[in-house]
Design a protein around this ligand. Sequence first.
Ligand code: ARG
Length: 461
Amino acid sequence: MTDSRLDEGRGAQMWGGRFKEGPNRILWDFTVDHSDRRLLADDVFGSLAHVTMLGKVGLLSDQEVKALTKGLEAIGTEADEGTFQFEEKDEDVHSAVERRLGELVGEVAAKLHTGRSRNDQVALDMRLYLMRSADRRISDLKRFGRILVKAAREAGDLVVSGYTHLQQAQAVPLAHHLLAYAWAINRDQQRFDEVHRRLRVSPLGAGALGGSSLPLDPTVSARYLGLEDSFANSMDAVGARDHIAEYGFAATQALVHLSRLAEECVLWASHEFRWVTFGDALTTGSSAMPHKKNPDIAELTRGKAAIAIGHLTGLMALQKGLPTTYNRDFQEDKAAVFAIDDALAGSLKALGALIDGAVFHPPGPDPSVTALDLAEVLVERGVPFREAHRAVGRLFGSDPNSGQDVWKVTYHDLAAAHSSFRPEDVALTEPVKSVARRRSAAGGSFSSVQEQLRRLDELLA
Ligand code: ARG
């Protein structure tokens, strides 16, 4: 082996025939990407399906099928046990499996790749891998949703301000606020279900791009793999990556939801909000400032969402303007979608733990959050909403210097604002009363929280 060239025969077992010299070190280092080693178990499963199909259509004898199956199963065991050894000369996971199969079963291994290309092979491996990941993410999301539901139950009748424009707006149960995220997480879970459905199509049998002169039957391998369908167009089968981008979107959108909750965790833990105390073991300190207790898990969740958005953009750009069927560019899809998926898995686990151990103790909202309720009292008495809005608005000075720490109103103020106010209306300026009066379906009321908890218990079971 020279510095600039790998030793002779490198890559030769797959495509060496037309080459007079082996691959150059520069080429190898640039083109080989180990990200696909994650696909090992799926590659073996796909090869088992392919061998079964080749046997069924008479391209392999029963004996050959038996030998290849035995060898592939042994590799599958090595994959499961983590003992499979990759070698430097393996160009990718597909060549590694074929090389190992040769070591285990000898010459018959040379028949494995009959009627197959790495193009339909890698397309299948990614589908199988992402189907398994989608299942895992769905259960991770459910677990996370259950943590939110538990926190909402524990929040009991705590009342906070809901915010718009990050200004105190309307009083709501803290549980209602937390459950808003549970519903978003529930949709994320549905999105993975939908992506999963589109992943369940086998591209195996498409070959390099145009099928084969051999009597392959893609439905046989699809059935072996438990997939509902096989491809309708061989060029689309090897050239499509929209399902990978779609997986990337499902995961990134979930991360974006988590990033919003994470941002709230950061705010809530601040001295200014003081809504929550996170567990010591789930927060970090400062090397310089002895008093600090930092919500790093929440901050990193925000950060990971940012990087995931970049990878998702990469997955879109990777497809844009690319002539159809396989292009080596596609190799890059793996590192990108795996990074997004890992970020989601890690964030669900860490942010879930942070919230699971959180103690909520929000101070009550400012009584001004009852302003809309005051206006609605007038509406109940026949006052047009616009007039009621104006009247209550007058209770709040626009002079910034007239602002008080806590808004306070007397019957005298109410009567001056509108003649339909009554003395007992002063009591409505308590935020808890405002929540108690809330009546509209699925709004921020305690009865709506109970109904949501009931439905979410079912959905997240
Ligand atoms: N490592 C390649 C990828 O991830 C596998 C497919 C290679 N196909 C090819 N024709 N070179 O896309």
